[in-house]
Design a protein around this ligand. Structure first.
Ligand code: ATP
Length: 302
């Protein structure tokens, strides 16, 4: 990887309309090689549409798009480097998981059978059961296994966790991180479980109503807000006059998140008041930036 490498995805002014409705409104986007991107946003924001455009499944109505330097829909060699795990992947009626997993290596040149076999065990996937009889979580596991074992240079997961229990989701996140460390590639993860995947994400693209609100390094996004925790009175006096985006607490204890970072002096002041500076919840930040007000919702006051 070099700094001058061509981005894996480069889009400018990308637009997609459905009749008079503009689903994607002239966005600019660039995905670098070997990074994990979080594509975040509320229902209907345009996340799936962006992924469908980037994977050549639908055509843009305007703008320019290059994936691995080429227009994706028209180049088989580009498509062979992409894996897209859709939210509700459809399979032929007669298919069993073993059929999916037998055919996947034909599509993905970097396929790892060893990783697929380990994941089949970890997700306890019944290989011989008809796909239409699988539970929702087992169906999601099929997609997660294909997405990870494909080791495709550009892998999209569109809300891949539907029905997966907490253990299975943790397996997915852990395996994604360890395999990514050994086999770096570009991964784009669309999810609503923002806090759960927060530590995986290196870069955040926040979409709202077909436009991009944030396109920034995840640490920078986290650094754009601060959480202080301690006794309620001390916390409230410390945050007075600040732009509060989230409150949490119980009894005399409170934790409040506000926009902005603290300088060294303000950090010392917080320390002297007995306040702790805690990591910011990315979810709180995103909810705030996309318009909903959670400030009262999460507060637990006894
Ligand atoms: N084929 C279509 N015809 C008309 N409108 C569409 C079509 N596909 C998507 N849309 C609209 O485009 C917008 C973006 O949809 P999209 O599926 O990309 O959202 P999303 O961010 O993935 O949402 P969610 O988180 O709910 O899956 C929505 O308002 C949706 O109703």
């Amino acid at each position: 990887m070099t700094d001058t490498a061509t981005p894996v995805v480069r889009a400018s002014g990308l637009t997609k309309t459905y009749g008079s409705f503009t689903a994607i409104d002239g966005i600019d986007l660039s995905f670098e090689e070997n990074r994990i991107y979080g594509l975040l946003g509320r229902n209907g924001a345009g996340k799936t549409t962006i992924m469908q455009l980037l994977t050549g499944q639908i055509f843009p109505d305007g703008g320019r798009l290059e994936v691995f330097g080429r227009e994706p829909a028209e180049h088989v060699d580009v498509l062979s480097r992409i894996c897209f795990i859709a939210e509700s992947q459809k399979y032929p009626d007669s298919f069993k998981p073993k059929h999916v997993l037998e055919s996947a290596p034909l599509f993905f040149p970097h396929w790892s059978q060893g990783l697929a076999d380990e994941l089949i065990d970890e997700f306890r996937l019944p290989l011989n059961r008809p796909i239409k009889k699988l539970s929702r979580g087992q169906l999601s596991a099929v997609g997660v296994i294909v997405g990870l074992a494909s080791r495709a240079p550009l892998t999209f997961f569109d809300e891949p966790y539907l029905g997966l229990d907490a253990v299975a989701r943790t397996t997915f996140y852990d395996r994604l991180l360890t395999d990514y460390a050994e086999h770096p590639r570009t991964i784009v993860l669309s999810t609503h479980l923002i806090d759960e995947v927060s530590n995986l994400l290196e870069h955040i693209v926040l979409v709202d109503q077909g436009r991009i609100l944030i396109d920034r390094d995840a640490d920078e996004v986290r650094g754009s807000a601060t959480t202080v925790a301690g006794t309620r009175d001390a916390v409230e006096s410390f945050v007075a006059g600040r732009e509060v985006i989230g409150r949490d607490g119980i009894g005399g204890l409170a934790s409040v998140t506000f926009m902005g970072a603290l300088d060294a002096l303000q950090r010392r002041e917080a320390h002297e008041l007995g306040l702790e500076l805690a990591p910011v919840s990315l979810q709180q930040l995103i909810v705030h930036l996309t318009g909903a007000d959670l400030s009262a919702e999460k507060e637990v006051v006894s």
